[in-house]
Ligand binder design. Structure first.
Ligand SMILES: [Zn+2]
Length: 409
């Protein structure tokens, strides 16, 4: 008997559900009454804005939407343990296919029992397809209709990603939500360039879908990605081309890549009323507090972004009163919490003066506490949005948010 099987046989049934490869008992537990691994309950749509509140049922638990997903690029949310992510209300995390393929390798993670078990996270995981990193991080060698040849940002070695390869890796990782392999177009692309990338993305989606069907892995939900840059006609065409392949969710990619925010909002407005209603809609790579709010107001249900943890490592906190740069001298003897409205471990136990000291002397505790707080802040922001949608006062909630950020409240 393998150590994994030994371990599982010794565990109570509910604990066995933590494994990424579900047992028969787990499957029974996590399927809904219609025998599906995934389903989305749309609980309320705000009639004025189109903001939505829902519940996304997945094999590793329910996700209340709208939701912010912390990013665990290298199979860890930097500086925050899974235990603490649960305490601050993280419902699902995102991890990166490209990085995990490079190191430690998706085969190794499969042999470890899948990503959930490898990183000790038993709630849902979404993985991207690697497309964004291949196009933004690696040295591109050649893009053809077949796939992308590139050299690794780690050691310069050559690799070839195809839609089938992206599915293969994500299958090995065992994530709950997997993303189609897409060609990201950059801010500044011409209509012709963006159209070519969108059409290629569409052709690749069909191949992703076929490869995914071939795995017979209904415990993984494949999300198509809408591309089309900042061109309304291309976005709408991309959406229509995605629709035949939408089963459990759909994503909007290629935004928040350097364009002014109003242009991003414009694209969301174009798509809003044409998107499928009965599945979650995921806006990729978007996660500043104002963008989370504006995206939600445009009918988006899921978001991810590295911003919260990245600015934390630079000593900046996101708070209900705007950004706080704790390194600032005015906090030297400030013995008040970072955010008096926050209930996180950092705000309950530490002062700005202590955090400033940690950041100034380069202690990792500073970045850890700030990361914990920043992620908790975004979870509270989204929970508040959700409550206000359900309660019918989302406009008031948003107004109060902006007034506080600007110091008027
Ligand atoms: Zn806090």
């Amino acid at each position: 008997m393998s150590s994994d099987a030994l371990c599982r046989s010794a565990m109570p049934l509910f604990a066995a559900a933590r494994h990424s490869i579900p047992t028969l008992m787990d499957r029974a537990r996590f399927k809904d009454m219609n025998n599906n691994y995934f389903s989305f309950e749309l609980q309320k749509v705000d009639p004025e804005t189109g903001a939505r509140a829902g519940v996304f049922h997945t094999p590793h638990g329910d996700i209340l939407t709208p939701v912010y997903m912390p990013v665990g690029t290298q199979a860890t949310v930097k500086g925050v343990l899974p235990r603490d992510l649960k305490e601050i209300g993280s419902q699902i995390i995102l991890s990166n296919t490209y990085h995990l393929y490079m190191r430690p390798g998706d085969g190794l993670i499969a042999r470890a029992g899948g990503l959930h078990k490898f990183m000790n996270w038993d709630r849902p995981i979404l993985t991207d397809s690697g497309g964004f990193q291949v196009f933004s991080l690696a040295s591109l060698n050649n893009i053809t209709d077949d796939g992308v040849r590139f050299s690794s940002h780690v050691d310069g070695s050559y690799h070839f990603f195809t839609p089938e390869k992206a599915m293969d890796i994500q299958h090995n990782l065992g994530s709950d939500i997997i993303m189609a392999f897409d060609q990201c177009s950059e801010y500044g692309y011409t209509h012709e360039q963006a159209k070519k990338a969108m059409e290629r993305t569409s052709a690749w989606l069909e191949r992703c879908y076929k490869a995914h069907e071939g795995y017979n892995a209904p415990q993984q939900a494949l999300f198509p990605i809408i591309q089309g840059n900042l061109f309304a006609d291309l976005r709408l065409e991309s959406l229509e081309r995605c629709k035949p392949f939408v089963k459990h969710g759909i994503a909007i990619g290629g935004l928040s890549v350097g364009e002014p925010k109003p242009l991003m909002y414009e694209m969301l407005d174009v798509l809003k009323d044409k998107m499928p209603r009965d599945v979650p809609r995921y806006l990729m790579g978007v996660g500043s507090p104002d963008c989370l709010i504006e995206g939600t107001l445009r009918g988006v249900d899921m978001f991810d972004c590295v911003l919260a943890a990245r600015v934390a490592r630079n000593g900046t906190a996101l708070t209900s009163r705007g950004k706080v740069v704790v390194r600032n001298g005015k906090y030297k003897e400030d013995f008040t919490p970072l955010d008096p409205e926050c209930d996180c471990y950092c705000c309950r136990h530490y002062t700005k003066a202590y955090l400033r000291h940690m950041v100034n002397v380069g202690e990792m505790t500073g970045a850890m506490l700030l990361s914990l707080h920043n992620i908790r802040y975004l979870h509270r922001l989204m929970a508040g949005l959700r409550e206000s949608i359900l309660g019918g006062y989302v406009r008031d909630y948003v107004k109060e948010f902006y007034e506080k950020q600007e110091g008027q409240a």
